[in-house]
Design a protein around this ligand. Structure first.
Ligand code: FMN
Length: 353
């Protein structure tokens, strides 16, 4: 069996997660393991995917190996999956599984995110291993790592894999409710609409409609316009200094444009079962706050182009974002199920008091 390890950790060969693969590898010298340092080389692979394409084509099993970052996978691996989907590759005869390390804080949503994306690509998904950061230091952790790989081997040899969960997407019936009357509310408060929209898209029109309907002042912060140097490197420099090691000015951008407002509305189109690469960069880079919540009590809302009802894992991530930040989740409006009036009206006003 040819095993291609997609190492999504920005720590590269020093990744804690990768050590689990190295540990397993010692017991399986009949298999060929190849590692792509996706977390460190994403910029290079964005320019030229050919090496990755050849390695993916040669693989029987693709092993996604990464640290859990803000409920999901690191932004760099997120981008790599986009590139995998764009490449002309037949995944249908390949297996996939995953290994993570984390503090078990929403590792379940990260695992589910990989599973959903494997289903999209037609990869045959085998249940993964979610280890704690220190697991490999104990006999129990070592035992669990080997038991996981025995299961992968067993599944591969028998052609066993998890059933596809959301293969057939239901079409929306197209009935949208009429635009309701404008509510008159006192202007007190400013809402940051954080988005990655392009003009003249359903999402853009949704934002315009929201701006029209709300009686609060709004400012649109488009993440597409921010020159991110890259995804969080997990170096923990910020934990002691409160400053990110990148010099692209994201800390100030976040603090001046978003954290100063009274409420935040995130506007995005569902992509690959998530909020898209730009939002993942944004989420991971918020680690620059030194892993502290800084918007506690502030209401958040969502404008979503897509049908969240078909994405239970993404809904859980959205709820987790509000929950862990101590934010009040004021409402979620979707293109397919319009609830803008509710979001613009009393829910945000009430929670701003
Ligand atoms: C930006 C960032 C976000 C993180 N988010 C989570 C998280 O949501 N849940 C969790 O359990 N651990 C989280 N962690 C901890 C990492 O998953 C953990 O340190 C991991 O074992 C690092 O593995 P690596 O050395 O392979 O990169 C986060 C770490 C960083 C730097």
């Amino acid at each position: 069996m040819n095993i291609l390890v997609l190492n999504g950790s920005p720590a590269g060969q020093n990744s804690i997660t990768l050590q689990t693969v190295i540990y397993i590898q010692q017991f399986y010298d009949q298999y060929h393991f190849d590692v792509l340092d996706v977390g460190q080389r994403i910029k290079q692979y964005e320019k030229d995917f050919s090496e990755c394409k050849e390695k993916i084509k040669a693989a029987d099993l693709i092993l996604f190996t990464y640290p859990v970052y803000t409920f999901l996978i690191p932004a760099q691996l997120h981008r790599f999956i986009e590139l995998m989907k764009e490449a002309d590759i037949d995944y249908s005869k390949k297996y996939a599984s995953q290994i993570t390390t984390s503090k078990h804080f929403y590792d379940v949503t990260a695992h589910r995110y990989i599973q959903d994306n494997c289903d999209d690509m037609g990869l045959m998904y085998i249940k993964g291993l979610s280890a704690d950061m220190e697991d490999l230091l104990s006999k129990k952790g070592q035992h669990e790592a080997l038991a996981f790989f025995r299961y992968v081997q067993w599944s591969y040899q028998r052609g066993y894999h998890e059933p596809v969960l959301y293969a057939e997407k239901k079409e929306f019936n197209g009935i949208e409710p009429a635009i309701p009357e404008r509510e008159v509310l006192p202007k007190r408060g400013k809402i940051a609409i954080v988005t990655d929209t392009t003009e003249d898209s359903p999402l853009y029109r949704m934002i315009q409609r929201f701006q029209y309907k709300t009686s609060f002042e709004t400012v649109v912060v488009n993440l597409k316009e921010f020159p991110f140097s890259g995804g969080c490197l997990g170096c923990f420099h910020c934990a002691s200094t409160g400053k990110c090691i990148y010099k692209d000015g994201f800390d100030a951008y976040l603090r001046n444009n978003i954290q100063t407002t009274d409420a935040t509305v995130y506007a995005f189109s569902i992509k690959d079962h998530g909020m898209g690469y730009r939002f993942k960069l944004y989420d991971d880079r918020q680690f620059c706050n030194g892993h502290r919540t800084v918007t506690m009590g502030k209401p958040v809302g969502y404008l979503i182009d897509g049908n969240l009802d078909e994405e239970p894992n993404l809904r859980m991530v959205i709820e987790a974002r509000a929950d862990t930040g101590g934010n009040y989740l004021a409402g979620i409006a979707q293109t397919k199920v319009i609830r803008i009036r509710k979001l613009t009206g009393w829910q945000i006003r009430y929670s701003m008091r």
